[in-house]
Design a protein around this ligand. Structure first.
Ligand code: PS7
Ligand code: MN
Ligand code: MN
Ligand code: MN
Ligand code: MN
Ligand code: MN
Length: 359
């Protein structure tokens, strides 16, 4: 176990750790346990992206203000004293941007190789987010095809997978082999982000944002809003099944990526969010509450997953097997994707069986 030496931390760095706790429930615990070589770089990477997301998410910022900030956020990282106070009063993490100078201050001090990676990913993510800022306005700007949806998820999460993998390799905590199969790190991000988008459908709709691709929901309803009408329950569940199927197809890549990690703190950091994601996929599956409120796994379940997933690959595979079976059992023969979901579950179960044969 690694421990921080707070006596050696500047006030600005202490403030960064404070913001890490304030802005993340799930990531702060795993980041703080990371190997000392990557603790500060990954904390800053997280805060930079969290800051960027706080600009993206705030629907009270006029687009003329928002778009250039997203597109130029990588430059902010080198501007001494930069802060941003134009977030609406209710924006969850507005204080991080109001004191962003502490992030800039500490960013200066990390190794140039880490700075290059963080700046590169920030630039690509910010520009990608900007391309999608009008996502709920009308057909030409929205997430229409599954391809659009996967490209958005690439910008906000696949790129995080790439950046983190480059940091692990640069820090000597992962093999360069992980960079040679880019689909695997892409799937690590896609899986987390797709689950977030599935789970947040109601909250995003209330904020006038829409990330479920039209190509999927239009097979079942005419207008996106119709998904939320109680009389369209069956149709909404069919649309959600197809979304869950898309995410499930990434699960095997995630396990394969995890098989390539040797260092324990990096393993836990990568594995815990993935386990939470498959458990979340299970609570969303065939659950019409999804269209009414934010559904979540219980605190107890989250605790158990944290413990199980910080052991080894076998334990993480057990978690994936357990939730895949639960999904498989709930699969509804009347669902248009019944067969495909059944095959996808079977493939994950089979994949796990080939790595860890039972008995
Ligand atoms: C481990 C190879 C730099 C640790 C971690 C802040 C969650 C917030 O929460 O709908 O509903 O508001 O606005 C791959 C994390 C993908 C990203 C993306 C795993 C950075 C993160 C900023 C790759 C996390 C997936 C927006 C963008 O969705 O969210 C490995 C570290 C990972 C942050 C996530 C989130 C995007 C997001 P919410 P949104
Ligand atoms: Mn967000
Ligand atoms: Mn966002
Ligand atoms: Mn979300
Ligand atoms: Mn959310
Ligand atoms: Mn696959």
């Amino acid at each position: 176990v690694h421990e921080r030496d707070e006596s050696k931390e500047t006030d600005a760095l202490k403030r960064c750790f404070y913001f890490l706790d304030m802005t993340s429930r799930s990531f702060s615990a795993v980041i703080k346990e990371l190997h000392p070589e990557l603790l500060v770089p990954v904390t800053l990477f997280y805060l930079v992206l969290r800051g960027l997301d706080t600009v993206e998410d705030d629907m009270t910022i006029p687009l003329e203000t928002k778009e250039p900030i997203l597109r130029n956020f990588q430059d902010v990282l080198e501007q001494d004293g930069w802060t941003f106070t134009e977030n609406g009063p209710d924006e969850k993490d507005r204080q991080l941007l109001a004191e962003f100078n502490v992030v800039v201050e500490e960013f200066k001090k990390i190794k140039p190789a880490y700075k290059t990676i963080i700046k590169d990913i920030t630039k690509k993510m910010g520009n990608g987010m900007a391309d999608y800022v009008r996502n709920a306005e009308h057909d030409t700007n929205g997430v229409n095809t599954i391809k659009d949806y996967e490209l958005y998820c690439h910008y906000v999460a696949g790129l995080v997978g790439e950046g983190l993998t480059r940091l692990f390799v640069e820090g000597g905590l992962a093999t360069t082999e992980l960079l040679k199969r880019p689909v695997l790190m892409e799937s690590m991000g896609q899986f987390l982000q797709q689950v977030n988008i599935i789970r947040d459908i109601k909250e995003d709709h209330v904020d006038k944002r829409r990330f479920w691709p039209k190509e999927v929901w239009s097979k079942h309803v005419d207008k996106f809003e119709d998904l939320f009408q109680p009389e369209n329950k069956e149709k909404a569940l069919s649309a959600s099944s197809e979304m869950i199927l898309l995410a499930l197809n990434r699960a095997d890549d995630c396990l394969y990526y995890l098989a390539g990690i040797r260092e324990q703190s990096v393993f836990n950091f990568c594995a815990i969010p993935q386990s939470m994601a498959i458990a979340t996929l299970d609570v969303c599956f065939q659950n019409h509450e999804l269209f009414k409120r934010n559904v979540k796994i219980t605190k107890g379940e989250a605790c158990q997953l944290m413990i199980e997933s910080s052991q080894n690959l076998q334990m993480v595979c057990d978690v994936f097997k357990r939730y895949t079976r639960k999904i498989h059992q709930k699969n509804n023969p009347h669902d248009p994707n019944f067969l495909k979901i059944s095959i996808a579950c079977g493939k994950i179960e089979q994949f796990i069986e080939t790595i860890f044969p039972s008995q």
